[in-house]
Design a protein. Structure first.
Length: 271
């Protein structure tokens, strides 16, 4: 006996309380049954009543939290749906103007995401890359269509106009409050790890990994596919380019991931 409470009942009450603390709600009724068995002294009955009031408060708070979580999940789903709709609208605008550029963007996105998964990106980071991939050439909307679709070799002046598209894309996307620095990924996807490429950004610091991935995927897709001014060179030529300039123009980890995906048969462009 302990203070008038049978030791067996005390042990059972202690066990039940531990089970409740561990989240086993079915033990709550057992707690109150024990306090009504007659062998429990008055202070245990009072404890049961206090415990019951506490449980009501806790369960009410849990219900409120569950409601709040549900509201947040619905809000997130609505926001994501709006974001996806906005991205698809931008892609559709580009596609209607230049179907080739839009098709290129989708294939670059597929390869970029495959490389990112190989490099163990989490789902959130992967989503930011996916959006940047779809929009990486959005700045070409400001490039004259006759240059983009020109069948012959473009002039230096025309190429300089094309080289503006990362900055234009950045300026278009910078005003959109993405959860990721999408505008920066787009701005830097033509910069190279050896300092070459464009645009020249002396104060930009290290190129984001997402931009490095987009840069490799962009080159591979462009070389492998048909261009207005030449037929496709094929995937082997594209991979040779990446392998040859691995560590100079292209991030070595990204280059290795890309080459491995293709040569191991783990990725191929959809026709």
């Amino acid at each position: 006996m302990t203070d008038g409470l049978p030791e067996e009942l005390l042990r059972e009450l202690t066990r039940v309380c531990r089970e409740i603390a561990a989240g086993k709600d079915g033990e709550k009724d057992r707690f109150f049954e024990l306090t009504r068995e007659g062998s429990a002294p008055p202070y245990i009955t009072d404890l049961a009543e206090s415990f019951g009031m506490m449980l009501v408060k806790v369960e009410t708070r849990e219900f409120q939290l569950e409601q709040k979580i549900d509201e947040l999940q619905k809000s997130y789903a609505r926001t994501k749906s709006m974001l996806d709709g906005m991205v698809l609208s931008l892609v559709s605008t580009l596609e209607h103007r230049d179907p080739y550029t839009a098709g290129h963007g989708r294939r670059v996105t597929e390869l970029s995401c495959a490389i990112a998964e190989y490099l163990c990106f989490d789902s959130n980071r992967l989503e930011g890359l996916r959006i940047a991939g779809l929009l990486h050439d959005i700045g070409k909307i400001a490039v004259p269509l006759e240059i983009l679709s020109k069948p012959g070799k473009i002039s230096e002046h025309e190429f300089n106009l094309i080289k503006i598209h990362p900055q234009t894309g950045h300026d278009i996307l910078a005003s959109i409050d993405f959860p990721w620095p999408v505008a920066q990924f787009v701005l830097q996807h033509h910069r190279r790890v050896d300092g070459s490429g464009y645009p020249i950004l002396p104060d930009a610091g290290e190129i984001p990994l997402e931009a490095r991935i987009l840069g490799v995927a962009d080159v591979v897709e462009a070389m492998a596919s048909h261009r207005p001014y030449r037929p496709g060179l094929g995937i082997d030529r594209a991979l040779d380019e990446i392998e040859k300039n691995r560590g100079t123009s292209y991030d070595p980890d990204v280059a290795d991931a890309c080459i491995c995906l293709f040569r191991a048969g783990r990725f191929t462009f959809e026709s």
